[in-house]
Structure formats: structure tokens, C-alpha cells
Design a protein around this ligand. Structure first.
Ligand SMILES: NC(=O)c1ccc[n+]([C@@H]2O[C@H](COP(=O)([O-])OP(=O)(O)OC[C@H]3O[C@@H](n4cnc5c(N)ncnc54)[C@H](OP(=O)(O)O)[C@@H]3O)[C@@H](O)[C@H]2O)c1
Length: 244
């Protein structure tokens, strides 16, 4: 039997690279994507050297529809099954609601939401086939606590993550009986490049460890398809439960 396979977006660094590392260490075949070729191909070479599985790097921009089509097709041609579509690539941007540029809002939606919608559509036939052959196939989206509860300066980013979580919910209502299950993992601040500009407000030591987010994502792939888990919230220790 062929090894399970995953397509992980935003895998060149941060949470996505840790998800890729954990899956590769478990013998999975991977397609990994990001815009920057260097870190992506370096990671693919390292994981292919260290583990048994095949790792295919595909340079792609989540804002470019052609790239999304090519990414989905490359994965299908390479592996012929898709056990986990990990929708991790994303961009952050904060600013007051009153002044937030609409063009920036559109870019956030293209990268954080539209890409997920297109990738699910393009991979759904393979996800369904994998579920039929192997019992379950998963979509895991790295969403955000700001998509569960609004916070100052996060009108656009939070709205993208609420939309991403909603896509997972609806996908479950339509596809879970066919074995395609979706989960939105919703962390508060995670110590990665994305939150580096916030370091003077929240120490990275007090943020969520990116390895813990990756572990939650990967743990979903070890479950049978008996339970739908639409959403997992992760917050930092402290008095506020629903805050990044
Ligand atoms: N850090 C947090 O506090 C936090 C909290 C909750 C949720 N999240 C979410 O977790 C996910 C991963 O974030 P992270 O903290 O690991 O961020 P990160 O360290 O900045 O990594 C982001 C990844 O996405 C890729 N990426 C960014 N824009 C892209 C685009 N337009 N097309 C393709 N790939 C793109 C980056 O590679 P390239 O730049 O090479 O393209 C990189 O691999 C994101 O969806 C983020 O919204 C983060």
C-alpha cells in the first residue's frame, strides 16, 4: 500500500514547516508549497534525505489562481491520493477599521480565504477517492482565534479567519458522510515570523509554541473518521480565553 500523503501550504517556515517535518517523520509523502523557492526546496531536500517519503516542493502564490491549479494537479500526479489537505499559508495585517485600505482587505481575502476555497474545490475529487479507499480524508485549515472573537485592529484578518472556519463547517455538512472531514485549528498568538512585530507587546515566550499547533494538526491525521471536529480553539495561558 502507498504511504499516506498531504499537501501543506505555507510550508517554508513557521507552523507549516513544523507540520511538514512531523508528517515526513511519520513516513508521509508530501507536496509542500510557498512563494520563496530557496527555503522550500531546502526543506524538501532535507526531509527527503532524512525520511523514507517523497517530498515535492511547488513554488506557488496563494493569490494566483493558476498556481493553485498547478499545485493541486502536481499533488494528484505525484501521489494519486490525498489524505490531508493542510491549508496553512496565510498573511497577517493589522490596522484600525476606520483606515484599513480596501485593497489590503482584498489581498487578505485572496490569500487567506479564496485560495482555500479553490484548493478544496480542485482537490475534492481526490479527497473523496482517498476517503473511499482508506476510510477518511481531511482538510485542516490553520485559522485563528481572531476568527472566533473579534479584536481591535483585526477587522480584515479576523474576518478572513472567520470565513475560513465557516468554509470548514460547511464542508463537513456536505462531505463528511463521504469521509471528507474538515477542521479549523484556531490559535491565539503563536511565536513565528508573523508575530515578530508584536514582540514588544507580547513576549514570544508567552506565545503559543508553533510546534504545539503543528502537533494538534498532525494529531487529527491519526484519528479515524468517526468524529467530525469542526473547530479547535487554542489560547495562551492567562485570564482571557477567547483572545489572541
Ligand atoms: N503566528 C500566529 O500568531 C498565528 C496565529 C493564528 C493563526 N496563524 C495562521 O497560521 C498560519 C501560518 O502562520 P505562521 O505564523 O507560521 O506564519 P509565517 O511564519 O509568516 O509563515 C507563513 C507561511 O505562509 C507562506 N505564505 C505567505 N503568504 C503566502 C502567499 N501569498 N502564497 C503562498 N504562501 C504564502 C510563507 O512563505 P512565503 O513567504 O515564502 O510565501 C510561509 O511559508 C497562517 O495562516 C496564519 O494566519 C498564525
Amino acid at each position: 500500500m502507498t504511504a499516506p500523503s498531504a499537501l501543506v501550504t505555507g510550508a517554508s517556515r513557521g507552523i507549516g514547516s513544523l507540520i511538514a517535518r512531523k508528517l515526513a517523520a511519520s513516513g508521509w509523502n508530501l507536496t509542500i508549497s510557498a512563494r520563496s523557492a530557496g527555503p522550500l526546496t531546502d526543506l524538501a531536500a532535507q526531509l527527503s534525505g532524512d525520511h523514507d517519503g517523497t517530498v515535492v516542493p511547488v513554488v506557488s502564490d496563494m493569490a494566483h489562481e493558476d498556481d493553485l491549479h498547478r499545485l493541486a494537479e502536481t499533488h494528484g500526479e505525484s501521489f494519486g491520493r490525498l489524505d490531508a489537505l493542510v491549508l496553512n499559508a496565510g498573511m497577517g495585517s493589522i490596522g484600525p477599521f476606520a483606515e484599513f485600505p480596501a485593497r489590503r482587505f482584498d489581498k487578505l481575502f485572496a490569500v487567506n480565504v479564496r485560495s482555500a476555497f479553490v484548493l478544496v474545490q480542485r482537490t475534492l475529487p481526490l479527497l473523496r477517492k482517498t476517503a473511499a479507499d482508506h476510510g477518511v480524508a481531511r482538510v485542516v485549515a490553520v485559522s485563528s482565534m481572531t476568527g472566533i472573537a473579534g479584536e481591535p485592529l483585526n477587522s480584515a484578518y479576523g474576518a478572513t479567519k472567520a470565513a475560513l472556519t465557516s468554509l470548514c463547517e460547511t464542508l463537513n455538512t456536505e462531505e463528511s458522510q463521504a469521509g471528507v472531514l474538515a477542521t479549523a485549528v484556531c490559535p491565539g498568538y503563536v511565536a513565528t515570523d508573523m508575530t515578530a512585530p508584536l514582540a514588544d507587546q507580547v513576549s514570544p515566550d508567552l506565545m503559543i509554541d508553533p510546534g504545539d499547533v503543528a502537533e494538534v494538526v498532525v494529531s487529527l491525521t491519526r484519528l479515524t473518521g468517526s468524529a467530525v471536529i469542526p473547530q479547535i480553539a487554542m489560547t495562551r495561558p492567562g485570564p482571557h480565553l477567547w483572545r489572541a
